[in-house]
Design a protein around this ligand. Sequence first.
Ligand code: NAP
Length: 493
Amino acid sequence: MSQPAKLGSAGEDAVLAAVPKELFIGGDWREAEGGGRFPVEDPATGEALCVVADATGADARAALAAASEAQAEWASHPPRERGEILRRAFDLIASRLDELALLMTLEMGKSVAESRAEIAYANEFLRWFSEEAVRIDGRYSVSPNGAGRLITMRQPVGPCLLITPWNFPLAMGTRKVGPAIAAGCTMVVKPAMQTPLSMLAFAAILAEAGLPAGVLNVITTSHSGEVMDPLFDDERLRKLSFTGSTEVGRRLAARAMDRVLRVSMELGGNAPFIVFADADLDAAVDGAMIAKLRNVGEACTAANRFHVAAPLAEQFAERLAARMQGLRLGRGTEPDVDLGPLINATQREKVHELVLDATARGARLLTGGELPDGRGYFYPPTVLSDVPADSRLLTEEIFGPVAPIVAFERDEEAIAAANETEYGLVAYIYTRQLDRALRVAEALESGMIGLNQGMVSNPAAPFGGVKQSGFGREGGHEGMQEYLATKYVALAL
Ligand code: NAP
């Protein structure tokens, strides 16, 4: 990955050839035990791009052993130096944005423009946590009876297991790896099998930036459950940070409790997007385009359902449908493509099934809703209005470019509908009245609120959910705390 690649077919081969395809354990690139490999697919064609090492349980244990061996030395590494390694990695990524964006598009499908945006966002976590590394502090206080002193210190939690999903192949990694490095933790990282290449490229960059051997270890596997499970019984593991579906997160959280591990969970969402009668309609439609279509709708923060005040509902639906109709579907590497394919056939079938379920119940299809011919897992931007309350589109995470619209009469009705879900990650509110905005923001059961904006993600902000969207926060000052443990020293004077 030393030379920035140019976009185009020669660039694709060069970029793919430059990524290491092995496991990264103890500072070395190595084959999986037994030499197994699995293919990484291009979702725009359904064809294999390359093969990567398919780790076994023994490889996973070797990765944790390497992390455990490196832990004490890494924890005592000067915070300034830990921060400087992150900062060097930030500079390297910024200088290779084009080739990393192309790589991400090849394995994940979204347009190169979107991949560039993700890489810039992902990289900001490195810059943010490079600055946070030197701000780990403690407390000194007088005990209430005056007879003693209370000292607290913040120390690294220890070796962590970091598991990331396919939808943001780099950002979901840097959001964990950045604070872990800054805090002085070592780690085993497991990217999703659909998108291991961005993480492998990132590991190579961290090594180039001077990260000592064993601090970061990367396992790629096509059998995640079986391969990772033994780590949960291993005394050396101290923390699990997981981003993925609520279904898998629930199981892994339960498993982690067998050994009372520290746990952070960033899980699924079902974000309501509420447009009140006093909203700026143009701004709401602009925000809806971002909240719905960023990452082809494959985002935990994607607006999943649109609750629009009855007087605006028709106009909002028509304008959103008109904007979505004009978008161009295509392989993410082609110029001027707005929307790439979905990640795989299963995901596309699920999205289509949800649309068919809603239309069968009486929803009105304004645009999209038909499976395109040809190869790749494309799905057209789709808008449905008058979506009945019992439609699966409103209760399940869609993870695709489909916008179901429901009209409401009273604020309380919209709030109740928004909260009627097991999820609580993010909600979007469009209103020009400050008192309404604050009243609704307080009433919504959600970890994050987008107020008159369609995107909340920001490395300086505490990202995370309530209810079954998870617990713990990533980014912001809070993101560091997930990797630190408090020790209290009682002192008699
Ligand atoms: P997923 O199926 O839950 O997988 C997430 C990760 O867990 C992948 O690396 C997966 O590996 C791994 N995994 C699955 N089963 C495992 C097991 N038994 N043991 C260890 N690892 C296991 O989720 P996904 O389909 O990749 O991602 C989409 C989901 O992530 C959506 O629900 C989305 O909302 C959520 N998400 C949440 C956030 C957030 O911050 N809240 C951000 C992004 C995405 P393999 O795929 O290789 O099996």
